[in-house]
Design a protein around this ligand. Sequence first.
Ligand SMILES: Nc1nc2c(ncn2[C@@H]2O[C@H](COP(=O)(O)OP(=O)(O)OP(=O)(O)O)[C@@H](O)[C@H]2O)c(=O)[nH]1
Ligand SMILES: [Mg+2]
Length: 393
Amino acid sequence: MFLREVCAQLLSFTFGIGSALPATATAAATPAKPTFATLGSNSCFSLPVVPKVESTETGLGDLKSRFAASPAHSANAKAEDTKGAFNSVSSTGARSKKAFTFTVHPKLDSPWRDVEWTEERKMSLMKSVGSYRPSCEYVTQARILLLGPVGSGKSSFISSVQSVFNGRVTNRAMVGSSSTSFTKKLQSFNIRGQKGEDPTGLVLCDIMGLGDGEMTGLTLHDILSVIKGHVPEGHKFSSDQPVRSETIGYVKRPNFKDKIHCVAFVVDATEILTYPKGLSTTFQQLREHISDLGVHQVALLTHIDQICPETAKDVTQVYKSGIIQEMMSKAGALLGMSTSYMVPVKNYSSEVDLNMNTDILLLSAVDHILQYVDLYFQDNTPQYTGPKIDHSL
Ligand SMILES: Nc1nc2c(ncn2[C@@H]2O[C@H](COP(=O)(O)OP(=O)(O)OP(=O)(O)O)[C@@H](O)[C@H]2O)c(=O)[nH]1
Ligand SMILES: [Mg+2]
């Protein structure tokens, strides 16, 4: 026991994740001068820090800014970033994951959040999430947008939640691995209930990752267009074609049902310490604009199994993990968000079988999101009739 504590204080381990950094990624991480990407007839910078670009043509101003927060970012590049240098963002080459280095944290004596890890709890969460209906007479489904850097686990979360209801691991939203966003389109997934039950009132919207390259990253303008409900289902995002009224299928006068009712930011716990500095500015900008639209925001911290071996083995250890607690608070700082809005999540990635505790964590995340969806309806519908979800179940 004594030895364990001493080790915990002194040792620093490297918890290897994914493949080694390929030569292309190393090159991509080399600091370079800011570059210009052409957006129609408007040019915009591609920088880690989102710049304000004046547009005299459309009046979109800083909404034309492109998010360029590359995950292909080495420790060297990070050091350069702190000196104020810009990093160029490669849109080619395999997505690379750095080794996650951390000081071993002693296991906490008591969990920092209480969760009941029982079959009963899982069933009651499935019942409350499965029977969820928006507390607003104008809509039958709550639309939640998942927003986060490339590879953070947005599509995996959708597939994982659907897997819980299917009773087996399924890949509903396609999950991939490349340095550019695997997901290119706006795709809405109505989570289906258990076999024989009606579809849930829950729609999880998948979208391209933030800042996956100077030629492919999402713009703030496009993100806000999605949230306002202007973007048609299946729209493929393109750097040189921002969403505009001429876009095929553009929803000119979006109804309440077309809008996004809550945004869930998704960040990868293994990348929190190595995300480019500019990502924080990007999140800040996003949060300000999204808040202006009256849309509540929460956050999911994914890949927690990859920063805590105990949690990888046994998900019930999640709230006793010092490293996960620390990464939650670092993620909160990155997002400019209190940790009370955030939940840790372990998505199904390589598993073939469901695990009850993983299901509970996933369903708890959905339950958490739905509380903020209800707040949106409460704030934005004149005829709000009160919540129809029993969170105490
Ligand atoms: N171990 C582990 N792997 C995860 C987790 N979440 C996602 N992954 C893996 O991370 C990789 C990227 O996941 P995606 O779901 O495609 O990420 P995304 O945010 O949709 O990425 P883009 O569509 O490219 O923007 C895949 O290999 C997933 O299997 C997690 O919680 N734990
Ligand atoms: Mg995806």
